[in-house]
Design a protein around this ligand. Sequence first.
Ligand SMILES: O=C1O[C@H](COP(=O)(O)O)[C@@H](O)[C@H](O)[C@H]1O
Length: 232
Amino acid sequence: MSARLHEFKDGAALAEGLADRVSAALADAVAARGKATIAVSGGSTPKAFFKSLSTRDIDWAKVTITLVDERFVPADNPRSNHLLVAENLLQGKAQAAHFLPLYRQADSADEAARIVSRDAEALGAPFDVVILGMGTDGHTASFFPGGSNLATAISAETSRGVITMEAEGAGETRLTFTFASLQDARLLVLHIEGQGKKDVLAAAEGDGPETDMPIRAVLRRAATPVDIYWAP
Ligand SMILES: O=C1O[C@H](COP(=O)(O)O)[C@@H](O)[C@H](O)[C@H]1O
């Protein structure tokens, strides 16, 4: 395990520090390859980071933003991660970015996953930046303990793409990029806040099955060392 911990004094400093790092990574990607890709998480943690990142002076027209995971709900649903990103990141300078949604109007979530997996191939791999969150149950992305497709989602044998997940506590059916898609990002960040989540992280760093705390799959097996961004 070779995670690096970056500690900040409070949530505001964390949001700024992470936006500094991510905007530099996106600018480097544009300079090196003419384009940049970033997959971001939903939840309550990333809002201040999104707001700060949206003000950064980079060539947003060359950046594609997508989601690490999403609920199988349309973008006008208040629980949609797309809505969170639209209201907080795709604003100001970042309005010029392209956005690849995971939700698609389809007959089933599985069909939506197939469509978006095909679309995501056009982005190329690996992602330049992946920002993961973590729940207090040790889930990351939509890799939930007890999830219907958990074993497939975190298997090293599963290919890149988006699959569905159902789990108690997850609410709606989820769409999530697989472990294969996320683990080799050029910059792989775990963004967490609060002592409670630091304690969960410490538990995840201990022994035990990945299926109990799926964040372990990332901490143990990601090809890219994880940069942990945390504030109390
Ligand atoms: O369900 C989810 O939760 C995690 C963590 O959310 P938070 O509210 O504790 O920040 C998030 O990373 C994930 O994208 C989301 O679908």
